[in-house]
Write a protein that binds this ligand. Structure first.
Ligand code: DX5
Ligand code: ZN
Length: 216
């Protein structure tokens, strides 16, 4: 089953509790948390106090995407917030393998993310063999609501072929995802789709219908 991760960056922050409650009971769903430090990316979102409150309010697994220059600091300081998946960027570190090992001590699932222009080979076989999730960015990280980059399909296909060697690897895609590209993304090899604007900001349909439309 395709896991869907609504990105809370696009939710109504003044009513975050009711936004969280609206998804209670949904299956194969994670909440995607975009944590930005105004350094790795030119935007600042939310940090420890908000993530702590969210973790107390929901039983839905939390999928935290750290767009930060110093992921090591965040591995330590977010460890008590019941985060299911911890993803950091390959571009933010020179010792990704050490960081993966460290993150595994605290988080059930560890992911690495790659920006749209980073060479695919920068994700080494050592990294692929040790992560649970590979996040392929389909927009430049930093902001919600951007247009999907079409070249992303080839990047997903490249890693999908490698899944024979890494059968437990989850391929996640993030940025500009909607019902228009979801089916093509699944066919290219995506196992998990992140969607912010499409779920929270478009049209009159319910969240349930939005989520289901990404699986069709
Ligand atoms: C972008 C974030 C995404 C963003 C997706 O830097 O990593 O998770 O919230 O938003 P949409 O779905 O609106 O592109
Ligand atoms: Zn994200």
């Amino acid at each position: 089953m395709m896991i869907i991760s609504p990105s809370l960056l696009a939710c109504d922050f003044l009513n975050i509790e009711s936004e969280l409650n609206a998804f209670e009971g949904f299956e194969d769903l994670w909440f995607h948390l975009d944590i930005m430090d105004a350094h790795f990316v030119p935007n600042l979102t939310f940090g420890h106090p908000i993530v702590k409150l969210i973790s107390k309010k929901t039983k839905i697994p939390l999928d935290a995407h750290f767009m930060v220059s110093n992921p090591e600091f965040f591995i330590e300081t977010f460890k008590d917030f019941n985060i299911h998946n911890f993803t950091f960027h390959i571009e933010a570190t020179e010792n990704s393998f050490e960081l993966i090992k460290k993150a595994k001590k605290y988080y059930p699932s560890v992911g690495v993310s790659i920006k749209p222009k980073t060479p695919l080979e920068d994700i080494s076989s050592e990294v692929l063999a040790n992560i649970d999730l590979l996040l392929i960015m389909s927009v430049e990280p930093g902001f919600g609501g951007q247009a999907f980059i079409e070249e992303s399909y080839e990047r997903i296909e490249y890693f999908n072929k490698l899944k024979t060697q890494y059968p437990n690897l989850t391929i996640q895609v993030d940025g500009g995802v909607s019902n228009i590209n979801a089916d093509k993304l699944r066919k290219a090899g995506a196992d998990n789709l992140v969607a912010g604007s499409y779920i929270f900001k478009e049209g009159p349909t319910t969240y349930r219908e939005k989520v289901e439309s990404l699986r069709r």
